[in-house]
Design a protein around this ligand. Sequence first.
Ligand code: N5H
Length: 257
Amino acid sequence: MNFSLEGKTYVIMGVANKRSLAWGIAKTLDEAGADLIFTYANERFEKPVRQLAETLKNKNSRFYLCDVTNDESIDQAFETIGEDVGSIAGLAHCIAFADKNDLKGEFIDTSRDGYLLAHNISAYSLVAVTRRAEKLMTDGGKIVTLTYLGGERVVQNYNVMGVAKASLDATMKYLANDIGKKNIRINAISAGPIRTLSAKGVGDFNSILKDIEEKAPLRKAVTQEDVGANAYYLLSDLSNGVTGEIIHVDSGYSILG
Ligand code: N5H
């Protein structure tokens, strides 16, 4: 078993800042010697991701604009990646969005636009990206996406994102069936709550964390590093034979009734 990822290129989508789970994944893959490609949704995130990448061991990172709401933008990004690097070994999809007004109050009040927006960015994007990325995975490949418990059961305030994550989970499984014949595996990490930009503005985030610290089997919150380590497993040969799976990196919280 070769634990090194030297000579392998991975695409990381969704680094917003140093707290991003995508960044945790990037750091772990960098430690293992991988070459990294970062995509960013708009100009606002270009500078932060370029600055963060300067702190990596491997200084050869590449950066591409990729707006997952726009098919031409996704085509352009992956065509250029193909021209620039040829083949990729894997991809981390760490993208989600919902209108902040839909992340409080009652789910029943979700508008059609809010519902479609959350599903478009948080679930359909995995289909759109996988279809382009698999063409570059000429020697098999590994894909990981990020989900949350709120897609499996009702979590207060997660609302439309929970329904979008349920869609993401099913999307991941159907994709696993399609791309398995090309020796491409796809799995999801269901991370426990971590203070990221997504979690910003969540009023009762402290009490959500406290609940984990008191009740989860491991009695502690998970970290960006925990997610990075498990992503390394899923994006490397260590997880050969595993596809269509949701791994809960959540201190065991999801086993509780
Ligand atoms: C039960 C909870 C607490 C309720 C929080 C829900 C969080 C949902 C995630 C979505 C993706 C957050 C989101 O779209 C926020 C936007 O409305 C506003 N933020 C932004 O526009 C920023 C600038 C950009 C960078 O954000 C995005 N996403 O593009 C769940 C928590 C306990 C766990 C959690 C926080 C889960 C998760 O999915 O992230």
